[in-house]
Design a protein around this ligand. Structure first.
Ligand code: SF4
Length: 695
């Protein structure tokens, strides 16, 4: 089977993987594709990483699912679309009738386009009428989102254009490794001509090594480190008092908290030398412009949202947000991690990034949809809670574009839950570790086979046009949801399976919300307009830069949020589990690896997972580089190759999470949740290490 691109040379599209959304050009090439970077798009200026260059290899991949599959006598067998859709509707209705509507849950994805995310949320609310729906972006962005919403009244990953990162005088990145996760951005930051950089990371990554200052923090102590940086700012008179007085509120409490976080005390827990803490605070304060960014290393902890707020507090005290070339932001992960959290794909939120608990927001969306407010339902379980309830309160699950059997925390328990679940439906284009548990698999389209918009890490809307013909068999998520809605007795829920029509409805419904897209359209994006949200009737040309005049809070002031650095760690290392275990990504794979583990060039570049450990740790356990070791937590264990390096702290182990059991790092990670964001503490596990002795 081969998909085809129309025979026009160099069709423009965007990469399917991360939130940088590099532009690329596809060209038909001997029945397949050639991919090159698009130099006209300022985000990547023609650069792509290995994942982008090979992205088209999944389109014509021989393992593609081409027909619906229905489990009969324990085996997934080909079925017609009619049979599969009828069965799903029948089972969802029957389970809902027996156990209540909330027994059917939905698990979506940050990879879905805005149109698909919107449609999935509307489908869950109005066709399934369940309260239990969420998406895997909860694993990735939710703590930073909570922090930004609390502080600024609005969460857009970067509230300024990406190019500010090139030009700001001092750039602090805490818990991010763009050289591996977003290589074109990593390279771009490495080429910064002016100013200084500070990297906060337990690993001395190449990016950290190249920084002006590397703060090699102990995992899970970011709130204390940020408070200590603020302590220095207060103690040394570096706070921008005029800005704090004019543009913020709540500083007094945060200041008192920071005063307790003196650098010497912070050094004992964070492991960062007090002199380096002082130096970092002075660098940020002395720079004419400065940006503070957080990423997953800060956020994927039980106190992730407070830790992110601690960095926001630092930025506010230094007067950065709303100033030229300055501010606070977060590096979004998934392709549409930003847009995926704006359009109602999760039960606590309505389209337009509205709060589902806000009566005014509910009234606006109910009116726009022509339904009663009660029909919108109320917030239900979040992502990890849905997975934790599998086989219990959750009897049926619809998964769209996600592979939680690999990507969820404490993944072995999730797989056991999937096994117990009465009825599992997965919409995907490849078999995955999650489809193994499915009763029905519906084959769907890939990124290049369907038009749709995504919103990149800057809040910029991008149109990915349909540029490849899909093979016969798979259908779009939009069509699947429309057909299922009709079978569930809600035929009018989705206006159409045409992405442009769905976007038009999404834009209309978002009017007045925080993420207002009401003046945006496929036509404008197709015409090449650059649109950052809000793209509202009041700001029809979009808003590249936020917070210049005021914040999106009721009184226009930003909120300082106290960040308690003594909050319990999700799992502090102890005698039985003496190491902090942190996870992340490698350059050549993406998330659960469903796509990238099928691309030969990527597999050759990164064939198997590894665990990084300090030479002192390796010597203590009699481990040599390349040995097989077992990493064990209270939830499970994983066998990995040892990579011995002095670039990691001696109290910390690191592994990438792209591989499936028995090499799944997430079999070890913690499913403790941040109480505000409900984000799992992926980077907050305590583990033991042992060498695997060959038999
Ligand atoms: Fe794709 Fe991200 Fe790589 Fe760019 S950096 S090519 S968007 S995976």
């Amino acid at each position: 089977m081969r998909s085809r691109v129309p025979h026009v040379s160099q069709v423009r599209t965007h990469c399917p993987y991360c939130a940088l959304q590099c532009a690329m050009r596809l060209e038909s090439n001997y029945g397949g594709y050639a991919v090159r970077g698009d130099a006209t798009f300022d985000v990547n200026s023609g650069a792509l990483c290995t994942k982008g260059f090979t992205a088209a290899e999944t389109l014509a991949h021989p393992e593609r699912i081409l027909t619906p599959l229905v489990r009969r006598d324990g085996v997934l067998e080909p079925a017609s679309w009619e049979e599969a859709l009828d069965l799903i509707a029948e089972r969802f209705l029957a389970i809902g009738e027996r156990h209540g509507r909330d027994a059917v849950a939905v698990f979506g994805s940050g990879a879905l386009t805005n149109e698909r995310a919107y449609a999935l949320g509307k489908f869950a609310r109005l066709a399934l009428r369940t309260r239990n729906f969420d998406y895997n972006g909860r694993f990735c962005m939710s703590s930073a989102a909570v922090a930004a919403n609390r502080a600024f009244g609005l969460d857009r990953g970067l509230p300024f254009p990406l190019e500010w990162l090139d030009r700001t005088e001092c750039l602090l990145i805490a818990g991010g490794n763009p050289a591996d996760t977003m290589p074109p951005l990593g390279r771009r930051l490495g080429e910064r001509r002016t100013g200084s950089s500070i990297v906060v990371d337990p690993r001395r990554t190449p990016y950290a090594a190249a920084a002006t200052l590397h703060l090699q923090v102990a995992p899970g102590t970011d709130a204390l480190l940020a408070n200590a940086l603020l302590h220095v700012a207060v103690a040394e008179g570096l706070v921008d008092d005029a800005y704090v007085a004019a543009r913020t509120k709540g500083f007094a409490d945060v200041r008192r908290q920071a005063e307790r976080a003196d650098p010497e005390r912070a050094e004992r827990r964070t492991g960062v030398p007090a002199d380096d803490i002082r130096r970092a605070a002075r660098m940020l304060a002395a720079a004419p412009s400065a940006i503070v960014l957080t990423a997953r290393g800060v956020e994927q902890h039980r106190d992730g949202s407070d830790a992110a707020n601690a960095y926001v507090n630092l930025a506010l005290a230094l007067g950065l947000p709303g100033r030229p070339l300055s501010g606070y932001g977060t590096l979004t992960g998934q392709a549409n991690g930003q847009g995926g959290r704006e359009h109602g794909q999760k039960s606590d939120q309505l389209p337009g990034y509205r709060d589902a608990r806000d009566p005014a927001a509910r009234a606006a969306v109910a009116t726009a949809w022509g339904v009663s407010e009660a029909a919108l339902g109320t917030p239900g379980l979040t992502a990890a809670e849905i997975l934790g309830a599998l086989g219990g309160d959750v009897r049926a699950l619809l998964v769209v574009g996600s592979n939680p059997a690999v990507s969820a925390p404490a993944a072995a328990a999730v797989r056991a839950g999937l096994e117990r679940t009465e009825f599992v439906v997965v919409c995907d284009f490849f078999p995955s570790e999650t489809t193994r548990y499915a009763h029905v698999v519906l084959p769907t389209l890939q990124w290049a086979e369907e038009s749709g918009t995504v919103t990149n890490l800057e809040g910029r809307l991008l149109l990915r046009e349909r540029v490849a013909e899909a093979p016969a068999g798979p259908r779009s998520d939009l069509r699947v949801l429309a057909d299922l809605a009709a079978r569930l007795g809600a035929p009018g829920v989705l206006p159409s399976s045409d992405p442009e029509a769905v976007f038009a409805e999404l834009a209309r419904v978002s009017a007045g919300g925080r993420a207002d897209y009401s003046a945006a359209s496929h036509a404008r994006l197709r015409a090449g307009e650059t649109l950052y949200w809000p793209v509202s009737q009041a700001a029809p040309n979009g808003t590249p830069t936020l917070f210049q005049e005021g914040f999106a809070t009721a009184d226009g002031r930003a909120n300082f949020i106290p960040a308690d650095e003594s909050a319990p760690h999700s799992e502090a290392p102890d005698d039985g589990y003496p190491y902090a275990f942190t996870t992340g990504r490698v350059r050549d794979h993406y998330l659960s690896g469903t796509q990238t583990r099928r691309v030969e060039r990527l597999v050759r570049a990164a064939p198997e997972p590894f665990v990084e450990m300090h030479p002192v740790v390796a010597a203590h356990h009699g481990v040599a580089d390349g040995d097989l070791v077992r990493v064990r937590s209270r939830r499970g264990s994983v066998e990995l190759r040892a990579r011995v390096t002095a670039d990691i702290r001696p109290d910390t182990l690191f592994a990438a999470f792209h591989w499936a059991a028995p090499r799944a790092a997430n079999d070890v990670t913690s499913d403790a949740l941040d109480p505000h964001s409900r984000m799992p503490a992926f980077k907050g596990a305590a583990v033991a290490l042992e060498r695997v002795v060959p038999l």
